[in-house]
Design a protein around this ligand. Structure first.
Ligand SMILES: *Cc1c(COP(=O)(O)O)cnc(C)c1O
Length: 488
């Protein structure tokens, strides 16, 4: 019998199985490098191996763990492989995993301060630490009119920012009266797709999101923004929101915040800054230029779950005026009334994001910061940036390849000069080899390969091997020996 009569897992069994799971994860960390990075299964292959219905009788934990190994693992794309260079990373770490595990163990639902004071206070405190770590504007600190909160994702943060902007622009009337104003929002052509989704959810409508042109570095053009705003105003519309990006997903472009911020101030428009991936770079003083002008922002977000070793999900979202956000999202039903809330002396984070319920996510971020220290985080960010710069140097030195955009930090956009078909063949070949995983974008209407370096355990040897594999694939695709084969 796998269970006692209560059907529960006893604390002693939990101890045994828990150790087995930790061992399994530690083994996984040691072998992940040798697993095919991009899962090679076909659609439906995993479901075919699963029983059609749930078991009537409980099963042994060993059987579950065995199925993870035999059925699940082949269907996993290994985001934690040091050979993962696709998209942007979702990197994690030992302290991040353990913090998350403790959060599960405590099982706290932190919707209100009163439902678990430590969940709220640790979050507020750690987010204040992060303001100092990244040298963000003081207006984001909880001791001012602003403050920070952990959101699930940058997508959720952007939506919250847009909703608060919408309410502020309408004198907080749309929540009550419905959409009754011709509101318009602005973002560059390179802005993350979550912006478009937020526009739909917030009820502004796709047609009221202006796509602002970019310059030759793919950064938003402030003159084009100003022109679009003025045209909308002249037509009787109401500009309410600008989303600027620090490190776009497609090419890592950095929008000029200072110039954009001045325009937003002039027209009293909410400026949201999305630093999902690149915000973490500001832990190093030499990369803080990316945030130049951030003091103009009404809100800002970045994802420790991308590049700060904190397991998914963890987005830090800051506002300079928390009252606008809370007034937008706060609803207080009778069954949640309590003395602490009524005293006004506490934050109730349910009023700072979309869902009511919330996990104790601050634990994992707290563990990561305490484990690495700011110095350790800086060390790894610098390492990743240096590896990306080395890779970019290799691209530039190779006559067959070219950089497709500036590579200011840890993303290198590049392409083979032979055209889209060759680049597609290179990408397909290296990804199906299982030895590495890269993805693509389109820049200038041309297929462009993205080498994104930020996985926790990526080292020089992984980047060098990736470059060799890419050059070999290029040799096969063009039918010519690659430069590396010629070299050696
Ligand atoms: C990855 C990314 C997002 C979306 O992140 P989620 O946290 O998955 O919603 C938004 N903006 C930028 C610039 C990104 O790179």
């Amino acid at each position: 019998m796998p269970h006692d009569e209560s059907y529960h897992m006893t604390p002693d069994d939990f101890r045994t199985h828990g150790r087995a799971v930790i061992d399994w994860i530690a083994d996984y960390m040691q072998r992940v490098e040798d697993l095919p990075v991009l899962s090679q299964v076909q659609p439906g292959e995993i479901r075919e191996k699963l029983p059609t219905g749930p078991p009537e009788q409980g099963e042994s934990f060993d059987a579950m763990l065995r199925d993870v190994e035999e059925i699940i693992l082949p269907g996993v794309t290994h985001w934690q492989s040091p050979n993962f260079f696709a998209y942007f990373p979702a990197n994690g770490s030992g302290p991040g995993i353990l913090g998350d595990l403790l959060s599960s163990g405590l099982g706290v639902q932190g919707m209100l301060w009163a439902t678990s004071p430590a969940c709220t206070e640790l979050e507020t405190h750690v987010l204040d630490w992060v303001v100092d770590m990244l040298d963000l504007p003081g207006s984001f600190k909880s001791s001012t009119a602003g403050g920070g909160v952990i959101q699930d994702t940058a997508s959720g943060a952007t939506l919250c920012a847009l909703l608060a902007a919408r309410e502020r622009a309408s004198g907080f009337r749309i929540n009550t009266a419905g959409m009754n104003l011709p509101l318009v929002a602005y973002a560059s052509t390179q802005t993350h797709s979550s912006m478009e989704k937020a526009i739909r959810i917030a009820g502004l409508g796709d047609e009221n999101l202006r796509s602002i042109e970019v310059d030759e570095k793919y950064a938003m053009r402030p003159d084009a923004l100003a022109k679009a705003i003025e045209a909308d105003k002249a037509a009787g519309r109401l500009p309410c929101f600008v989303c600027a990006t620090v490190g776009t997903t497609s090419s890592n472009a950095v929008d000029p915040l200072r110039a954009i911020g001045a325009i937003c101030r002039q027209h009293d428009i909410w400026l949201h800054v999305d630093g999902a991936m690149s915000g973490t770079a500001a832990v190093c003083p030499e990369f803080r230029y990316i945030h130049d002008g951030l003091e103009f922002a009404d809100s800002y977000c970045f994802n420790p779950h991308k590049w700060m070793f904190t397991n998914f999900d963890c987005d830090c979202f800051y506002v300079a005026d928390r009252a606008a956000l809370i007034r937008t999202l706060s609803i207080l039903p009778e069954y949640l009334r309590n003395k602490a809330t009524e005293s006004g002396a506490v934050f109730d984070y349910r009023d700072w994001h979309i869902p009511l319920g919330r996990r104790f996510r601050a634990l994992k971020l707290w563990f990561v910061i305490r484990h690495y220290g700011v110095e350790g985080l800086r060390h790894h960010v610098r390492r990743h940036v240096a590896l990306a710069q080395e890779f970019a140097g290799g691209v530039e030195a190779d006559d067959d390849f070219e950089l497709a955009a500036p590579a200011p930090l840890n993303l290198v956009c590049f392409r083979h000069k032979g055209g889209d078909d060759i680049n597609q063949q290179i990408m397909d070949a290296v990804n199906s080899s299982g030895k590495m995983f890269i993805t693509h974008t389109k820049l200038d209407d041309r297929l462009t390969l993205r080498m994104s370096i930020g996985q926790t355990h990526t080292e020089r040897q992984h980047v060098q091997r990736a470059w060799s594999l890419i050059r070999e694939a290029a040799g096969s695709a063009t039918g010519l020996p690659s430069q590396s084969e010629q070299d050696g």
